[in-house]
Design a protein around this ligand. Structure first.
Ligand SMILES: Nc1ncnc2c1ncn2[C@@H]1O[C@H](COP(=O)(O)OP(=O)(O)OP(=O)(O)O)[C@@H](O)[C@H]1O
Ligand SMILES: [Mg+2]
Length: 459
């Protein structure tokens, strides 16, 4: 065997057989799963606090005055000195930089907003009386950066001072583990909200059945139990003071089987309204500024619920032929899915002389992720030419700063900049800040549109 031959020549079947191992039985899957679980908790335990909770790093004066509160460093120091009741931070060495928790940063921001110059944007724009904006991040192609985009946007919005809720609709639970969520079973996911929505529909439907002299459909234990659940019961705190979570885990996948069964049982159930109406009914939309929905790489019932609930839809994709191609098909599926729901509803609505159903999103944007300017510039320009304004002009660069971190630190905003070369950090952070800026433009514009529409309606 000569070494310049490719590795797939001269493979000896007998040697290969010796390395093969016994055939795989079903139980072996469990063994592998258990080994993964052990490894995972080992990884997860590194960098956790005593109770095994994730903790967020501290923020330095440099970072606060550069990224978080628009004040000059000397002024920031003066204000702290003049107000000893404000958080003063802590330093690792005498005269060293001062570090603050995010909670403290939020208190400082509130102080500047109350006392500082009114001309400065200490608090981000949030029109009064408008509900939270719901943002779904979706694409049926896997690994395109949905979770990373949603997590980074949630963190940037939180750093910007918004109150954020993250809803994990993916039974893989990646978003949940980024935010250190603990989910025992499907009862701590959105599942009971979908079940409750159906149960309420079924109760109303049963009344009609009784009126017609028909037998009512039974509410089984699941549905009766779901009627007791409130969205607030499902919300968990995270290691970010202003990010809350409704988590997911594997059992959430059960919804994909259960929902169609309910739908067949009672045709009139508007399953696509389940998530929005449940969150709305429980006042969740008034408690937060922005709600991010991370969806699985599939156009299943959970994704459809997330998409239907969304005001803003972001579709991440890489600047590669395969991802462009498959994203085109994703839009095609969005069209056929929602058009067929509208058609089905509108046939019934017309028959009853009622107003029809027309889904509407405030804004839909494709977002290029993991962008490599040196290799992908041409393809990205081509995509821009074909997609026009639907493709967000901010391209999120590929950065080694994310993805390589472990369980404790997720993404650029959780990483401590002292672990990186300052230049690398500033560039890596800039690309996610750009993504956020692009998103924030949409957020502000859509809120403003609603605010103006309400004003006009009131006149
Ligand atoms: N800007 C980026 N630079 C470098 N790596 C990235 C970037 N964005 C995402 N990644 C990496 O790409 C991989 C896939 O990202 P992510 O999990 O966010 O995709 P996804 O669409 O949510 O996947 P799934 O379809 O499985 O839910 C991850 O390993 C992530 O760390
Ligand atoms: Mg994901």
């Amino acid at each position: 065997m000569t070494s310049d031959q490719p590795p797939y020549f001269n493979i000896d079947p007998d040697r290969a057989l010796r390395d093969l191992g016994a055939p795989f039985s079903t139980t072996r899957f469990r063994e592998v799963a258990e080994a993964c679980a052990r490894g995972r908790s080992d990884l997860a335990s590194r960098g956790m606090d005593a109770e095994g909770r994730k903790s967020l790093r501290l923020f330095s004066t440099w970072e606060i005055t550069r990224y978080l509160i628009p004040v000059a460093t000397p002024h920031f120091r003066r204000v702290l000195k003049a107000n000893p009741e404000l958080p003063q931070g802590r330093s690792e060495s005498d005269g060293g930089a001062k570090w603050f928790t995010l909670d403290e940063v939020l208190r400082l921001r509130a102080h500047f907003a109350a006392e500082g110059s009114k001309a400065k944007e200490y608090l981000p724009y949030r029109p009064k009386g408008q509900p939270a904006k719901m943002v779904a991040v979706a694409n049926f192609k896997g690994g395109v950066g949905k979770t990373s985009t949603a997590a980074h946007l949630a963190m940037s919005a939180a750093l910007d001072g918004y109150k954020v809720l993250v809803v994990d609709l993916d039974s893989q639970g990646s978003m949940t583990s980024i935010f250190g969520g603990r989910v025992e079973d499907e009862w701590q996911t959105v599942f009971p909200l979908l079940a409750r929505h159906y149960a309420r529909h079924l109760r109303a439907d049963n009344q009609l059945r009784l009126d017609r002299g028909e037998a009512p459909l039974p509410l089984d234990d699941t549905l009766s139990e779901a009627l007791e659940v409130k969205a607030g019961d499902l919300v968990q705190k995270t290691h970010w003071p202003n990010i809350d979570l409704i988590g997911a885990q594997l059992n959430l996948y059960w919804s994909e089987f259960q929902v169609p069964v309910w739908r067949i049982q009672s045709r009139g159930w508007k399953l696509w309204d389940a998530l929005t109406e449940s969150l709305e009914a429980d006042g969740v939309l008034d408690q937060y500024d922005v709600i991010f929905l991370d969806t699985p790489p599939a156009l299943g019932y959970l994704t459809i619920n997330g998409l239907a609930a969304a005001d803003i839809l972001l579709v991440p994709l890489g600047a590669s032929f395969l991802e462009f191609d498959s994203t085109g098909r994703f839009f095609d599926m969005l069209h056929s899915t929602f058009a067929s729901i509208e058609e089905g509803e509108n046939m019934a609505a017309r028959a009853l002389g009622r107003e029809g159903l027309a889904f509407e999103w405030d804004a839909v944007r494709a977002v290029i992720t993991r962008y490599d300017g040196a290799q992908q510039g041409e393809l990205a320009s081509l995509m821009q030419a074909y997609l026009g304004p639907v493709l967000s002009p901010e391209r999120q660069d590929f950065t080694a700063l994310i993805g390589q971190a472990g369980e404790q630190v997720n993404g650029i905003y959780e990483a401590d900049y002292r672990d990186f070369n300052r230049e690398t950090y500033v560039r890596g952070r800039a690309t996610f800040d750009e993504t956020y800026a692009g998103f924030k433009r949409l957020l502000l514009a859509t809120w403003r549109r609603d605010e103006l529409a309400d004003q006009e309606a009131a006149e």
